[in-house]
Design a binder for this molecule. Structure first.
Ligand SMILES: Cc1ncc(COP(=O)(O)O)c(C=O)c1O
Length: 398
């Protein structure tokens, strides 16, 4: 059947494709070590599960307000006041079916055909496609390993045109794990302050998974001039191991929130009622579990960096948070084993899948073909096993 142009131009998410390939091999009995997944490997904490069961029992099973229940909006405002030092009211909050949906609604609400959106690259896979779905033009700006995978003010300045409507920043980042220091953000803020029509999207989904010694800040917190035009995207998926519950939120200008709410009202309506009540428990409950999880990821990160350091031809900037590393494997390109030459990141991902039974995501999916992405949301045993296999497989290419 003929598809709409809109559907034809959108690529399926590469991360999901790799996970599907790993799953298919697993079903054939192959033991895959899957570094492809983008979610914590821990269960949703018990008290959050209990809150969902209680909500069910209490009959919280009907439509809620389109943009979310007030107790959840209250909790979001309280957390943002504490963690960001920024005051918002419930009219500034829209609860959506995940952070991804928050971004989607936002883009639909504010982007017009022909608008340009600056996306520092490497970027999270979904940004360019979601921008395109809104009819706008993704303008990727290369932030290579040499700049620590971070946008420099001079590159930002050069990318801004009269048609620039938005910039998306994500710190700590998927896929690199790097984050912006206060001074780095202040320098970007100085450029953005000169361009009053540019909306800033701060994707803070990994902000609580930050390693010791790093300070988390965002642009709205740092520069008052940017505050009113910054839209914050966050959610419970990564922080509380709730990826399947599908609760994310958009915070910012009440007019934008109202428009995004209207879009949501004509598509999904409210996010799942039970998941909303579980999210209230997540935000209002014990936060020690979050720092415990961050410490575990930090230990794993150290281990992974140690293993990568043993591989002479790989370099990798040190992450500040999240649960990803994004090593540069391009020194292997052009090398060959048994008639198979590694040409690019997809070739490397395929080689590792075939020879090491290890799943990674090719960097091309994130706009940087010299790298591959590892998620270390895996047990220490799996990490060790995976890197033992990788070491052996890469030795074949030496
Ligand atoms: C950078 C980034 N933003 C947003 C999301 C969306 O997460 P969710 O829709 O589960 O809230 C993800 C998920 O992988 C992500 O990595």
């Amino acid at each position: 059947m003929k598809l709409a142009q809109r559907a034809a131009q959108i690529k399926p998410s590469a991360t999901l494709t790799i996970s599907a390939k790993a799953k298919a091999l697993k079903q054939q009995g192959v033991q895959i070590v899957n570094f492809g997944v983008g979610e914590p490997d821990f269960d949703t904490p018990q008290h959050i599960q209990d809150a969902a069961v209680e909500a069910l029992k209490k009959g919280e099973t009907r439509y809620t307000a389109v943009g979310g229940i007030d107790p959840l909006k209250d909790a979001i405002c309280r957390v943002v006041a504490e963690d960001y030092g920024l005051r918002y009211g419930n009219a500034n909050v829209l609860v959506c079916c995940g952070g991804k949906h928050a971004l989607y609604n936002l883009f639909q609400a504010v982007l017009d055909p022909g608008d340009e959106v600056i996306i520092p690259s490497p970027y999270w896979v979904s940004y360019p496609d979601m921008v395109q779905l809104a009819g706008a033009i993704p303008v990727t700006v290369a932030c290579p390993e040499e700049t620590g995978f971070k946008l420099r003010p001079e590159d930002l300045q050069e990318a801004i045109t009269a048609r620039t409507r938005m910039i998306i920043v994500n710190s700590p980042s998927n896929p690199t794990g790097v984050h912006y220091r206060r001074s780095e953000y202040l320098a970007l803020a100085e450029v953005l302050a000169q361009h009053e029509d540019v909306i800033i999207v701060s994707d803070d989904i990994y902000y609580r998974i930050l390693f010791a010694g790093y300070e988390w800040v965002n642009l709205a917190m740092l520069d008052e001039r940017l505050r009113e035009r910054t839209l914050i995207v966050n959610g419970v998926s990564k922080t509380y191991c709730m990826t399947g519950w599908r609760i994310g939120y958009l915070i910012g200008d009440a007019g934008v929130i109202k428009a995004a709410n209207t879009i949501q009202s004509q598509s999904t309506s409210n996010p799942t009622s039970i998941a909303q009540w579980a999210s209230v428990a997540a935000l209002n409950g014990d936060q020690q579990i979050v720092s415990n999880m961050a410490r575990i990821f930090e230990d794993r990160c150290k281990y992974v960096l140690g293993r990568l350091a043993r591989l002479q031809d790989i370099t990798c900037p040190c992450p500040a948070g999240a649960f990803y590393v994004f090593p540069n494997v391009s020194r292997y390109y052009g090398r060959e084993y048994a008639g198979q030459t590694i040409e690019d990141s997809l070739g490397m991902a395929d080689f590792l899948m075939d020879k090491a039974h290890v799943a990674v995501v090719p960097g091309s999916a994130f706009g940087e073909d010299r790298c591959i992405r590892f998620s270390y949301a895996l047990s220490m045993d799996d990490l060790k096993e995976g890197f033992d296999r990788i070491e052996k497989a890469l030795a074949l290419l030496a």
